[in-house]
Write a protein that binds this ligand. Structure first.
Ligand SMILES: Nc1ncnc2c1ncn2[C@@H]1O[C@H](COP(=O)(O)OP(=O)(O)OP(=O)(O)O)[C@@H](O)[C@H]1O
Length: 349
């Protein structure tokens, strides 16, 4: 329980085992549940590490943290405003992922150079990182100190692109962590009664990878595989009364809740959209910039992990129930991830 919940003399309202949460008479089942004895390493090993393997194999992956303000989304994602020189028990998912990713690619390259990766030869790989926030109705480039507001455009394949977004080359763990840190420092945060460093925007950190593979040493064919890993730290759902938000903070709160409502509407529509349904359900991606940006992560070409953060305290029971219901619906979404192998194959001379 957080210090504020202890001060409010909150009692634990949840009964938890490895896959279920009971709250009063309600019982929710998820793929995995982590209680307050679980550490960041437990969560990482269970949820992110398998997605890292898929990402390296050429699939898109997304981790999205949702929950009430102050419930630990930013802490869990590891996008708090400091860089830890070494991995510690507090290190969150993104820095752990970055560290493991570079180790895995070094291993893959060394194995490929030695010829132990079957008949595939990894010739080269490159990485780019971008970081943006959706703040109210604006999309800001967090790697631009001026936080320029950028437009969204749909490309010829129907994918949503952010025009003018910085995409930084990164070739080491330190460089990637520096990008994470730089963007985090530019993110909009403010103190509320519920959280001293409350995120007032939805933050999207993306790693794009391109790998060139020679399919068979005797064939003259090189193939490019691209994949992206997206980490979404959503702004917290909030009750104005509890956060004590007034003026600009209250207006932010309204915008945050509008974005989350649009996300909820998309999740509800996708959860209903089953192959057995005769009529195709309309999915309102266009309702907000957040949902347009997350179109692929939601029901599209991505393996997506929805991470619901809740407070165990009965002082937050109604918010917790709302998050548990939200996550329950998200669980019904079926995505269709495909390996992103470039159609343009390069034939060597
Ligand atoms: N598991 C945890 N162990 C220790 N401290 C934690 C843990 N989870 C959260 N905290 C601390 O609680 C505070 C609130 O957490 P955090 O900022 O991650 O919440 P949030 O859900 O991102 O909130 P908001 O939506 O307002 O941004 C922070 O000071 C954070 O370091």
């Amino acid at each position: 329980m957080a210090s504020q919940e202890i001060r409010q003399e909150g009692n634990c309202s949840l009964n938890i085992d490895s896959s279920t949460i009971r709250m009063g008479k309600r019982r929710f089942t998820y793929d995995a549940v982590f209680d307050s004895n679980s550490g960041q390493a437990d969560l990482y090993e269970s949820v992110s590490s398998p997605l890292l393997t898929s990402f390296v194999d050429g699939y898109n992956a997304t981790i999205m943290a949702y929950g009430q303000t102050g419930s630990g989304k930013t802490f869990t994602m590891g996008s708090e405003a400091h860089i830890e020189p070494e991995t510690s028990s507090h290190t969150g998912l993104i820095p752990r992922f970055i560290t493991d990713f570079f180790l895995e690619m070094q291993r893959k390259k060394a194995a490929s150079d030695k010829g132990v990766e079957g008949n595939q030869v990894l010739l080269d790989y490159s990485l780019k990182a971008s970081f943006l926030e959706v703040y109210g109705d604006n999309v800001h480039d967090l790697l631009d100190a001026n936080r320029t507001s950028l437009p969204l455009r749909e490309d010829s394949t129907g994918a949503i692109r952010v025009t003018g977004l910085t995409s930084r080359d990164v070739s080491t763990t330190a460089e990637a962590l520096q990008v994470l840190h730089e963007g985090t420092m530019n993110r909009t945060t403010a103190a509320t009664l519920m959280n001293d460093t409350s995120s007032r925007s939805h933050a999207v950190f993306t790693i794009h990878m391109s790998q060139v593979t020679r399919l068979n040493a005797s064939d003259s064919v090189d193939v490019t595989t691209t994949s992206q890993f997206t980490f979404v730290d959503l702004a917290g759902s909030e009750r104005m009364k509890k956060t004590g938000a007034e003026g600009a903070r209250a207006r932010e709160g309204i915008k945050i809740n509008e974005g989350l409502l649009a996300l909820g509407n998309v999740i509800n529509a996708l959860a209903e959209d089953k192959p057995a349904n005769e009529k195709k359900v309309h999915v309102p991606y266009r309702q907000s910039k957040l949902t347009r940006l997350l179109q692929d992560a939601l029901g599209g070409n991505s393996q997506t992990l929805f991470l619901a953060c809740v407070s165990p305290s009965d002082t937050n029971a109604s918010e917790t129930l709302s998050t548990l219901n939200y996550a329950n619906r998200a669980r019904n979404i079926r995505n269709a991830p495909t390996k992103n192998v470039d159609g343009r194959i390069t034939y060597r001379e």
